[in-house]
Ligand binder design. Structure first.
Ligand code: RUB
Length: 329
């Protein structure tokens, strides 16, 4: 495939398609996959000047970033790599290539370690005998629950099936394999069972500067039911899921996917008068969240802006001046 005059390597086209089609999904995984795509692209650079290499990496970066719109971990991971290339001021194509490969590896290692730290910090928030609920499939949430289970704290976990893509089934399988007592319920049974729940643990695709959490559609309903039942809500999120763009008032785009993920194509054809909507993420306001468990510590959602300033160097006044993640342009 050719984009802006550059041939995009087949493996990179494949990675973007895997993310777009949700063969590879979950905010952390797509971030690691996105960073890896840049390393692959760097290794496959067909040859040319240093300037051409940098332009080529920028084109690949845009191509990868556009795979899915909501999980900010993807653009953050890509920008992490591109910004290190630009700041590194390479003198040769070989040097530039090494910088991209190194930065991608660094990001993947950071990300994997972050999930391990979150598991440890999150497990401390679970108390012996707790019944938990989770939503969708989040590697960070599963890591917290599994660690708490290993510490003998978890009584059972209610897992919502998470229509329309049924990622809850992945969670149920992973937890059951670890020996956790799992109960799988339809999404519509959330409020019915909430009175049995002590704590909710969910993941994040994006955390906004005001502490609002964007996660799989239905998360906000779980949080609402949890607030009513006085169950605590914890969000397990690596800091690269915090959105630097929101500090200057940008909204997190909510991905709309194909109606055929909700109903069969034939049903759609038979019922042309029905509009089927398939938003795949929603926003949980900070008032519904007790804490966000990050690799840097457990923070109240209201501290999200501080994490953004600390980690990304962005401030509402001059986001482009200090950022360690955003492309310098
Ligand atoms: C997945 C989802 C997950 C977050 C966090 O949505 O909403 O809760 O991405 O996951 P989708 P993780 O299935 O549409 O990608 O903790 O694995 O990063």
């Amino acid at each position: 495939m050719e984009v802006a005059g550059f041939r995009i390597p087949e493996e990179v086209v494949g990675i973007r398609e895997d993310i777009r089609s949700m063969r590879v999904r979950g905010a952390g995984r797509i971030a690691r996959y996105g960073a890896t795509a840049l390393a692959l692209a760097a290794e496959r650079f067909p040859g040319g000047t240093l300037e051409e290499f940098v332009k080529y990496i920028e084109v690949v970066a845009d191509f990868v970033r556009s795979a899915r719109p909501t999980a900010v971990s993807l653009p953050n991971a890509v920008s992490y790599v591109v910004s290190r290339l630009k700041r590194g001021r390479p003198q040769t194509v070989e040097e530039a290539r090494e910088m991209v490969v190194r930065a991608a590896r660094e990001f993947v290692a950071y990300s994997e370690n972050a999930v391990k730290t979150i598991a440890q910090l999150g497990a401390r928030r679970i108390e012996r005998g707790d019944t938990l609920m989770t939503h969708c499939h989040s590697t960070a949430s599963v890591a917290v629950i599994v660690e708490a289970h290993r510490q003998g704290k978890v009584a059972r976990v209610f897992v919502k099936e998470t229509r329309p893509a049924f990622q809850g089934l992945i969670t149920a399988r992973e937890l059951a394999r670890e020996g956790v007592e799992v109960v799988l319920i339809p999404d519509s049974a959330v409020r019915h069972y909430m009175k049995r729940i002590d704590k909710v643990v969910v993941g994040a695709d994006a955390v906004a500067a005001n502490g609002a959490v964007v996660n799989k559609i239905g998360t906000s309903l779980v949080a609402l039911a949890a607030k009513e039942a006085r169950a605590r809500v914890y969000v397990a999120s690596e800091t690269y899921k915090f959105s630097p763009y929101t500090i200057i008032g940008e909204l997190v785009p909510i991905e709309m996917r194909d109606p055929t993920e909700v109903v069969e194509r034939e049903w759609l054809a038979e019922n042309p008068g029905v509009e089927v909507l398939n938003p795949v993420f929603d926003v949980t306001p900070p008032e519904y969240i007790d804490a966000i468990i990050t690799e840097l510590g457990v923070v109240p959602p209201q501290a999200a802006a501080l994490i953004l300033i600390e980690e990304y160097g962005v401030t509402p006044v001059s986001p482009e001046l200090h950022s360690s993640y955003l492309d310098p342009g």
